[in-house]
Ligand binder design. Structure first.
Ligand code: HEM
Length: 288
């Protein structure tokens, strides 16, 4: 039987991070956007949005990594050839948004919040940068690989990997071995107990910033689907992160009985009632 590790200073940082983020990891996996994704219910629209957010996030993250590559609080984790996603994401942006992608890539509020925090950490608390690189890169090398296969199938993308460069790490032969190396480098960082505690908290914050991003994207997709198809998309409103099951926003439930138009359109109901009253009064006046 597995026993939880004591969260003491003697515990390796890699173990402490894994243990401390277990709960938020489950929360991230269960965000509606991610749950749908795992079921293969991802649309091109949703995928484009999440990739655009990741483009901004990695741009900020890798800018801060470059700023701190010589700083001993980060230097042992500097693996640009193996890890950096910037160039791959630029190729993905061109694939999804076309040659003028720089003008077309959306930048949502939750993405902006995440980017702001990354710059704050990189500039003012670089000793916490490890929390953000851990959350993103080790995640990409773990569950990210499953998501790649799901997206390829669901979006019917070419086997050549076009549009999915982000998920491909050509300079990492074995993700498992690389993650081991990365963990040992994290464990080699010199940290006071106080910094270590803050780094652990920052990793949880990093997960929460990701979760907020998924929730916002889901909300955007749901709202857009409702605007495009109000009759089908209304009904009990599915809020992002509400934990309710349901089809993805752009799916159109086929073959299901639709609620009557009147019960779905209060304005139309009012107009018809008013017309009926006016007609009744007019007929009364005519009869007099
Ligand atoms: C559908 C969503 C996800 C699935 C299916 C998934 C799945 C996994 C799996 C199978 C592992 C390997 C566990 C192990 O080797 O012990 C893992 C590790 C990890 N995941 Fe996720 N994940 C998801 C979402 C996320 C998200 C959104 C993040 C953060 C943004 C994330 C960050 C991580 C990290 C940092 C690790 C490494 C843990 C460690 O070894 O310390 N994951 N994930």
């Amino acid at each position: 039987m597995e026993h939880p590790q004591p969260s003491s200073v003697s515990q390796d940082l890699s173990e402490a991070l894994k243990e401390a983020t277990k709960e938020v990891h489950t929360q991230a996996e269960n965000a509606e956007f991610m749950r749908n994704f795992q079921k293969g219910q991802v649309t091109r629209e949703g995928f484009k949005l999440v990739m655009a957010s990741l483009y901004h996030v990695y741009k900020a993250l890798e800018e801060e990594i470059e700023r701190n590559k010589g700083n001993p609080v980060y230097a042992p984790l500097y693996f640009p050839e193996e890890l950096h996603r910037g160039p791959a994401l630029e190729r993905d942006m061109a694939f999804w948004y076309g040659p003028r992608w720089q003008e077309a890539v959306p930048y949502t509020q939750a993405t902006e919040r995440y980017v702001r925090r990354l710059h704050e950490v990189g500039r003012r608390e670089p000793e916490l940068l490890v929390a953000h690189t851990y959350t993103r890169y080790l995640g990409d090398l773990s569950g990210g690989q499953v998501l790649k296969k799901i997206a390829q199938k669901a979006l019917d993308l070419p086997g050549s990997g076009e549009g999915l460069a982000f998920f491909t790490f050509p300079n990492i032969a074995s993700a498992t071995k690389f993650k081991q190396l990365y963990r040992s480098r994290m464990n080699s960082l010199e940290m006071t107990p106080e910094v270590r505690e803050r780094a652990i908290e920052e990793a949880k914050t990093s997960f929460l910033l990701n979760i907020q991003l998924f929730e916002e994207l889901q909300e955007l997709l749901t709202r857009k689907a409702e605007a495009q198809s109000p009759v089908q998309a209304q009904g009990p409103r599915r809020r992002a992160g509400s934990g309710t099951q349901g089809p993805t926003p752009t799916e159109t439930p086929r073959g299901k009985p639709q609620p009557s138009v009147l019960s779905q359109a209060p304005l139309l109901r009012w107009v018809l009632t008013l017309s009926f009253l006016v007609a009744t009064v007019a007929m009364g006046l005519y009869a007099m």
